[in-house]
Ligand binder design. Structure first.
Ligand code: NCD
Ligand code: ZN
Length: 347
């Protein structure tokens, strides 16, 4: 079957994005705004975004970082800590600042030291969110060092998320950046109240890529890529058209020096190539007709927002992307993600 030479879809949104702050924000925001109309902004700054006023200020800084001529709407999230304040959550939602709140289990990933140590600690916050109709976004990994790193998502579903859903029956939850077949099946089992986001990189490579020919830090992120069977389950879920699965890049920039060292940071910077890589995956799965649902329709539906009216066009041409982007003022740069396999889409 001949492939199309262009692909036009409604403008997509990114339902999981790290834009950082300061010079990194200045360097990165444009790349997300070129592709996406809206983004769910992760709150794991240092210190984390826990107050309505901090989120409103951060939103202003993001808006100022978007170059003229691009439109991008930051959708802000509250970072939940053990002392999460139910009243602050509800107020931020009512004032149109917060769209959702983010649960990082303490020490699960980058800048999660202030995260939640036990779900019991945030029960009243979760009850308030349930009543206010505010989704909970979950980094779904247990942090127990006894649990193998490749099992931490599956164990989290069983030990933490299942009881949480049982206890808070009206809460809407997004299982972020799913990396396993277990994650796919868990979302499918609760289609009325669960969403699952899937990154371009977890669709593109399995855990072998991290070690191909030596340690490759730019393929290291959390949750870590799993076995091939899990990648295939993610590809089936993303390309299925199932409304619970939607786009979240988890673009997570770190300067090259902080990844290429003895204890490198977790995170893949994919913003400049995200839609091109997703289109490649959907083409390989003969599912280009499902890309718009995944990228542009299912997310807004979950969040109760309108789909975007504008459109974007991808061209069936070899990927053109910079190898690195410069971070202003400090001679630092961020390596841009590229899969090992060819990407035949440009944007
Ligand atoms: C993210 C980051 O760098 O902030 N890193 C990552 O590997 N994905 C945090 C996160 O989403 O886990
Ligand atoms: Zn993330």
């Amino acid at each position: 079957m001949s492939q199309p030479t262009t692909l036009s879809i409604r403008r997509p949104d990114d339902w999981h994005v790290h834009l950082r702050d300061g010079p990194m924000l200045a360097a990165c925001a444009v790349h997300t705004a070129r592709q996406f109309a809206r983004g769910i902004i992760m709150p794991n700054l240092v210190p984390p975004v826990t107050k309505v006023a901090e989120a409103a200020d951060y939103r202003d800084r993001i808006r100022r970082a978007i170059p003229a001529g691009l439109t991008f709407e930051p959708l802000m999230t509250c970072y939940l800590t053990d002392s999460a304040d139910a009243a602050e959550l509800v107020r931020g939602k009512r004032e149109g600042v917060w769209v959702a709140a983010k649960l990082y289990p303490a020490h699960a990933t980058t800048n999660s030291a202030h995260g939640v140590t036990s779900i019991d600690q945030i029960a009243s916050a979760l009850e308030a969110m349930e009543t206010a109709g505010m989704p909970l976004l979950v980094h779904g990994e247990v942090t127990d060092p006894e649990v193998d790193i490749f099992d931490r998502e599956a164990v989290f579903l069983d030990k933490v998320l299942a009881p949480l859903l049982q206890r808070h029956q009206g809460l809407k939850v997004v299982l972020e950046h799913i990396t396993t077949r277990d994650g796919v099946q868990f979302v499918e089992a609760h289609p009325d109240r669960l969403g699952g986001t899937i990154t371009p990189h977890h669709l593109s490579y399995n855990r072998n890529a991290i070690f191909k020919g030596g340690i490759r830090p730019h393929f290291y992120c959390l949750p870590i890529a799993k076995r091939e069977e899990h990648r295939l389950a993610l590809r089936r879920a993303a390309t299925s058209g199932h409304p619970a699965f939607f786009l979240g890049t988890d673009t997570a920039p770190h300067t090259a020096d902080t990844k290429e060292c003895a204890c490198g940071c977790a995170g893949v910077f994919n913003a400049p190539v995200a839609m091109q890589v997703y289109a490649q995956v959907f083409m390989e799965e003969s599912a280009l007709d499902k890309l718009e649902a995944f990228a542009s329709l299912n997310g807004p539906r979950f969040y109760g927002l309108p789909a975007n009216e504008e459109r974007i066009t991808l061209r069936a041409q070899p990927l053109e992307a910079p190898e690195r982007i410069e971070v202003p003022g400090g001679n630092k740069n961020v390596v841009v993600f590229q899969p090992d396999t060819p990407v035949g889409w440009s944007f």
